[in-house]
Design a protein around this ligand. Structure first.
Ligand code: AMP
Length: 115
């Protein structure tokens, strides 16, 4: 059985356009289409892990790579005063695209608790 590609898989495969700012063998990063902050970038693994709850022990290095990529990108983007990394998981976690992604948000003060 083949599973339909998610929109993020299509972006990673170059099938639909996105404002890409980074790509390597494990992940791509691009500007969010509906930014919630002056900096809003998504870091997306090429491997179609649906969500963090479905990641596995063999994804350990990949998960670390996503965070270190987010850190590197944050250093290059206008969020020197701070930023937030977010992973939404499941319906009550605010997940809308079932393909794991890390949100990098910055460029304005972040509030706590989050909505
Ligand atoms: P989440 O709600 O955590 O699953 O985040 C999904 C994010 O993907 C949202 O912030 C959307 O604005 C963003 N998004 C959806 N489609 C696209 C797209 N084609 N290009 C860039 N960002 C997108």
């Amino acid at each position: 059985m083949t599973t339909a590609k998610t929109i993020f898989q299509k972006i990673a495969d170059g099938e639909i356009p996105a404002k890409l700012i980074h790509q390597d063998e494990l992940c791509v990063a691009f500007h969010d289409i509906a930014p919630q902050a002056p900096v809003h970038v998504l870091i997306v693994p090429r491997k179609p892990v649906p969500r963090i709850a479905e990641s596995a022990i063999e994804d350990q290095a990949l998960l670390g790579h996503l965070l270190l990529t987010a850190r590197r990108l944050a250093e290059q983007l206008p969020c020197q005063r701070g930023y937030r990394l977010v992973i939404n998981n499941g319906p009550e976690g605010g997940e809308s695209v079932p393909h794991l992604h890390v949100h990098l948000l910055g460029g304005r003060p972040m509030h706590w608790p989050p909505g």
